[in-house]
Ligand binder design. Structure first.
Ligand SMILES: Cc1ncc(COP(=O)(O)O)c(C=O)c1O
Length: 403
């Protein structure tokens, strides 16, 4: 086992290229040829390993998949002393990975138990798409384990607990270990979206979680150059059969160019996350004392309600935070317009500091009462703290804030 996280991130999954290319090339080939019909037969029957068609798999995508497995299990072994075998399936987007997860594990009549703060796309999938297939969801504050247990006791149809921690955009954290223990006790499956934390900061499989999903678009790629997602599972047989079948048939496959960008990005994950997290702590401290800021939501601050849970399961508190400006919508719009260096955009996890004002951007069309129920107030600014020089980030934020 490689001892350092970066050694794993750099070397895991890499195989000697048949043409001795140093870096795994972008295998831009839709199909793979057979020496003869017998070989085709052996490949299709699974007797002989090998690529057939890129919707099903491709050498560039395989390296990216294997790196994510190695990073999610880096540094620990399962209770039997062995390293946990995992299988990852790379997807075209985080939403494609989540769709494969839902479609391969759930059926009509099943229910999902989820925390009320989730990425908007996941929320819409569970609210608008899955009910049409007979899959309903129950949304609660899963930070309260008693509430979660009551729900599991009174709703035998719950098949899956689905969490995102830290969650988008409130940075709330749920207790992965506590919820996984409940999932085991009540014989449910549990899945965790680990996008905000990345496997460098948090490894949900340590606690016995069944599935992990990532939007690789974010910190794993790290440079904002490609959309992507990955689904990882500890039941390798299920992943190789049902999940693989659903992935291939839904067609949400990744492509080799995006996989190549992802491989390149993941190699520097540790370096980037260390700097992202250091900068985030500085920004949180600065915002916390600022007269124009009503509230800072950052799980690294001791007053954050989920600070203890975050510290229990994360190496560092992460690079995502949100702040509530005094002065509501107008203050939010003015602040965004005054930024000089930081970037006004949606998404997160890139080298530059990204700021989004949900009330005037992502949630513009959502009625105020509805978005406020999920903590998205008029003056809320979501920030993905980048790896620029901290003095420059602070200077830009300072000059943009109203005093
Ligand atoms: C936590 C989280 N999960 C999933 C997704 C969806 O990922 P993608 O946009 O790659 O489909 C996002 C996107 O922002 C996200 O923030």
């Amino acid at each position: 086992m490689l001892t350092g996280f970066s050694s794993t991130a750099i070397h895991a999954g890499h195989e000697q290229d048949p043409h001795y290319a140093h870096i795994t090339p972008i295998y831009a080939s839709s199909t793979y040829v057979f020496d003869n019909a017998e070989q085709g037969m052996r490949r299709f029957s699974g007797v002989e390993p090998g690529y057939i068609y890129s919707r099903w798999g491709n050498p560039t995508m395989t390296e990216a998949e294997q790196k994510t497995c190695a990073m999610e299990t880096h540094g620990w072994v399962a209770p039997d002393g062995k390293s946990l075998p995992l299988k990852a399936i790379l997807h075209a987007s985080g939403m494609a990975a989540i769709s494969t997860l839902m479609m391969s594990t759930l059926k009509s009549g099943d229910k999902i138990l989820s925390h009320y703060s989730l990425y908007g796309g996941t929320q819409e999938l569970t609210d608008r798409v899955l009910p049409g297939l007979g899959i309903e969801s129950l949304i609660l504050d899963l930070r309260d384990l008693n509430k979660a247990e009551d729900a599991l006791k009174s709703n035998p149809a719950i098949r899956m607990i689905y969490v995102e921690t830290p969650a988008n955009p409130t940075i709330q954290c749920v207790d992965i270990e506590g919820l996984t223990a409940l999932a085991r006790q009540y014989k449910k499956i549990i899945a965790c979206d680990n996008t905000f934390a990345t496997p460098y900061l948090q490894q949900p499989f340590r606690y016995g979680v069944d599935y992990v999903v990532h939007s690789t678009t974010k910190f794993l790629n790290g440079h904002g150059t490609a959309i992507g997602g990955v689904l990882l599972g500890r039941d390798v047989e299920f992943m190789e059969t049902r999940a693989t079948k659903v992935h291939r048939l839904l067609g949400g496959n990744a492509n080799p160019f995006d996989a190549y960008l992802l491989i390149t990005g993941m190699k520097t994950l540790e370096l980037r996350m260390e700097r992202h997290c250091h900068n985030a702590m500085e920004v949180a401290g600065f915002m916390d004392g600022h007269s124009g800021v009503a509230k800072v939501h950052y799980n690294g601050l001791p007053q954050h309600p989920d600070h203890a849970v975050a510290m229990k399961q994360m190496r560092h508190p992460g690079a995502m935070m949100s702040i509530e400006l005094k002065g509501g919508l107008k203050a939010g719009v003015n602040f965004m317009n005054r930024l000089k260096m930081c970037t006004r955009t949606v998404s997160l996890g890139t080298c530059d500091t990204l700021l989004c004002h949900p009330a005037s951007m992502t949630h513009y069309g959502v009625p105020k009462e509805q978005r406020e129920k999920y903590g998205i107030t008029d003056g809320l600014i979501r920030m993905s703290i980048g790896i620029e020089t901290i003095a420059d980030i602070l200077r830009d934020l300072d000059q943009a804030l109203e005093v």
